[in-house]
Design a protein. Structure first.
Length: 236
């Protein structure tokens, strides 16, 4: 925090004395008091609404695929996810635009697809950890159905790892949605960023960047608080 304040003070002084080009890097006071903060916050609310919908849909789909891959040992699907994970999100988004056209449907579908591999691969890694082997064997000796072992034993026992993977999933969705809005959106932070860059309104550009950074920090802090909550019933 102290280092951040020092940087802000230095930028303010450098801009005041003309050491830096304030057209490209406005003074912090200019960004704070002269940017269109209300329109930026309105764009943020639109982005958060869209992110929330995609996150819920993506989490449901991804957990279903995790269960299918673990239960049925779908090696071909897993190999496909590994390959998809190596493709940059920008490329996936551009392919989606060329196939599905411009619109929020494209952003939604391609965001779900691009964020899918990392989450599924990571969660499967937690579930297949050797430490779970004794639990599985004990449950099988008791005659517990295989699907019940997964849903009622393995997933709760590895909930901490799943929450960490969910945190990564949400971060991925945030990045993909803002990228999609920047490329083809008509509202939201990404679209606002594109417009202000085109108009070379740098004070708004820097304020949007600050809002995105603060939003990401808040999301990460929420997940950190969940993981540190001593009343959670997953293993530490």
């Amino acid at each position: 925090m102290i280092i951040d304040l020092i940087i802000l003070v230095l930028l303010e002084l450098f801009g005041y004395f003309g050491i830096i080009n304030t057209t490209i890097i406005p003074r912090p006071s200019t960004i704070l008091f002269k940017s269109e903060i209300l329109s930026i916050l309105e764009a943020l609310s639109s982005t958060i609404y869209f992110i929330t919908i995609i996150f819920i849909i993506s989490l449901i789909i991804n957990m279903f695929i995790v269960i299918i891959c673990y239960w049925l040992e779908c090696k071909y699907l897993e190999n496909l996810l590994y390959r998809l994970n190596t493709i940059p999100r920008m490329v996936i988004m551009l392919v989606g635009i060329s196939i599905l056209g411009v619109g929020y449907k494209t952003i939604c579908i391609m965001t779900i697809i691009s964020s899918m591999p990392n989450f599924i691969i990571t969660v499967l890694g937690y579930l297949r950890d050797k430490s779970n082997k004794s639990i599985i064997e004990a449950a099988e000796d008791c005659g517990t159905p295989y699907l019940n072992i997964l849903i009622k034993i393995l997933i709760p026992n590895n909930l901490r790892g799943i929450i960490i993977s969910t945190k990564i999933l949400l971060s991925s969705i945030i990045n993909s949605v803002i990228m999609g809005e920047y490329l083809i959106g008509t509202s939201g932070l990404g679209s606002s960023l594109q417009y202000n860059l085109f108009m070379y309104n740098m004070k708004n550009v820097w304020m949007i960047a600050l809002v995105i950074a603060l939003f990401s920090i808040i999301v990460n802090k929420i997940f950190d608080l969940i993981l540190k909550n001593k009343y959670m019933w997953f293993n530490k």
